[in-house]
Design a protein around this ligand. Structure first.
Ligand code: GLU
Length: 384
């Protein structure tokens, strides 16, 4: 990592497909209702990016903040139905604002509301992906938000930084731009530490970034700097770079596209995961977990082996055949996730059993592996 040797060219210059996330505090002008001037400027820049041959998907927060304003609520409600009601009211405002801003340029935009469940189901994941790609092919700007009105804890993504990263993975975008009300990621909290330096350039998987990002966010949005750093790490898994920059910078999107470095760029390393493996990683919430012994953990980590029932010491939670489950080592650390060949009830019966015992125990055999290595991805991320 370095902040002295600022790279001459922004990673955005070479990116063709971009996801741009705008946070609540920008969209809603610090809670005073939608900032139509700012929305108009983003729309203008996105239209200009199209002219440069780039495709753009917007992920926009602000529904709850705008709903609160429209309903005259000064304080963010703590009751879930009230938050969901505010989101329903505010989402109308968001849709209206983007529609007005893009139609001024003769462009269409499209509203897409997602929950985590939409991305956790392979069929719906593929559907969402085809719809988004089709919209892009027609020159339409998809505007995405979480479907706040219906989400429950079990199915929500929770914050739009993470949603932006999941969408980046979903459409295999080249880069994610997170626009926020701060200039980027600092080495320490600039509000508390005057010696804090802006991190201009780093690897997204640099472990020291999370410590710099700390925990606190603004009062109005959901994600703090830490969720942005984790979002960058997630985006990097499908090979996408992330830039965290101030949405208040003049022409920030166009200047980034012209190669200027603004804010913090968190670069992806080489190598994209195959789409199917990416889908497994995108499961923030998983139904079940299995704990494996040290030998199995070693074979998975080092050898890329399949997971056999004999290596499983414990089966936690309930899952069906075909569900994505998490594999933990005996210290509780996540090693991998993958598609289970057996339901949890069956897995409990055959845990610790050598392959030859599976059929006598169950009366049938689906596969000799609990998770085949082709259906498994090794994970570094503490998900969520
Ligand atoms: N989906 C929420 C909204 O539109 C915002 C979540 C976030 O700020 O990350 O109000």
């Amino acid at each position: 990592m370095s902040n002295e040797s600022v790279p001459p060219t922004s990673v955005i210059a070479g990116a063709r497909r971009l996801v741009v996330k705008v946070g609540s505090s920008l969209v809603t002008d610090e809670g005073r209702g939608i900032d139509h001037g700012a929305v108009a400027l983003w729309a203008q820049q996105i239209v200009a990016l199209h002219a440069l041959g780039k495709e753009v998907i917007l992920v926009s927060s602000g529904a709850i903040a705008e709903g609160m304003k429209r309903l005259g609520w000064a304080k963010r409600p703590s009751e879930i139905p009230e938050l969901q009601a505010a989101a329903a009211v505010g989402q109308m405002g968001l849709a209206q604002a983007y529609e007005t801003a893009f139609s001024a340029h003769g462009r269409h935009c499209a509203q897409i509301l997602l929950t985590h469940a939409d991305l956790a189901n392979r069929q719906r994941y593929l559907n969402a992906r085809s719809t988004l790609v089709t919209l892009l092919a027609h020159g339409v700007v998809p505007v995405i938000n979480e479907n706040d009105t219906v989400v429950t804890d079990e199915i929500k993504v929770g914050d739009n930084d993470t949603l932006g990263a999941l969408v980046t993975n979903l459409v295999e975008a080249d880069a994610l731009i997170i626009l926020t009300d701060q200039r980027g990621l600092y080495s320490a909290d600039p509000r508390k530490d005057p010696s804090a330096r802006l991190i201009a350039d780093a690897r997204a998987d640099d472990a020291s970034l999370a410590a710099m990002a700390g925990g606190a966010g603004s009062a109005i949005g959901k994600g703090g700097m830490l969720t942005k750093v984790l979002a960058a790490r997630r985006a990097a898994q499908s090979g996408a770079h992330t830039v965290i920059a101030s949405g208040r910078e003049r022409e920030v999107l166009l200047r980034l596209a012209s190669g200027q470095c603004i804010g913090s760029q968190l670069r992806a390393g080489a190598g994209k995961l195959a789409a199917r493996k990416q889908w497994m990683l995108d499961h923030l919430q998983t139904a079940g977990r299995v704990v494996v012994d040290a030998g199995a953990a070693h074979h998975l980590r080092e050898g890329g082996a399949s997971l056999l029932p004999v290596g499983v010491v414990d089966v936690l939670g309930e899952f069906e055949r075909g569900d994505v489950i998490v594999v933990l080592d005996d210290q509780g650390r996540e090693i991998a996730r993958g598609l289970s060949n057996y339901a949890s009830a069956e897995a409990r019966l055959i845990r610790r059993a050598p392959t030859a015992q599976i059929e006598p125990i169950l009366g049938f055999i689906e596969e000799s592996e609990l998770i085949h290595r082709d259906n498994m991805v090794l994970t570094q991320l503490a998900a969520g």
